[in-house]
Design a protein. Structure first.
Length: 140
């Protein structure tokens, strides 16, 4: 899907820029990472993957809120990031990959994840959040 389709279909919507919601999204991202770390300790690997994606999702939403965009589709967030922030293409691809992974973790009947994959998803979410924080703070 292309960015203009996301707006035409109402999956992304223009709103006034909202730094309060951007900061709240960053806080939620951080809280999801903390929850994922706790679930890793108790070997709840599927939950770690879901929370890691959720952390990335909220971090990405912070950029959208700052830019005055509200999402109504998880699918359109990576599309927005790729088309508006060329330097975020690899992170947008990572987000999209974990979006599909999360879908399988929630709805898949044969989904399995091991500790290594859970740790990788958690590390990816930490890196994702830090990059988004740097962008919001004007360092990238």
């Amino acid at each position: 899907m292309k960015l203009d389709e996301c707006f035409k279909k109402g999956l992304l919507k223009r709103i006034p820029p909202d730094m309060d919601n951007a900061h709240r999204s960053i806080r939620l991202s951080s809280e999801n990472i903390e929850d994922a770390e706790e679930n890793l300790r108790i070997k709840r690997y599927r939950v770690v993957a879901i929370l890691s994606y959720t952390a990335m999702f909220h971090a990405a939403r912070a950029i959208l809120f700052r830019d005055g965009v509200k999402e109504r589709s998880h699918e359109c967030i990576p599309v927005y990031l790729k088309e508006k922030y060329l330097e975020l293409e690899s992170l947008a691809n990572l987000l999209d990959s974990y979006r599909r992974f999360r879908h399988d973790a929630i709805y898949g009947l044969d989904f399995a994840i091991d500790e290594e994959e859970a740790r990788a998803s958690l590390e990816s979410s930490k890196e994702f959040l830090e990059t988004i924080r740097d962008i919001l703070n004007g360092h990238l």
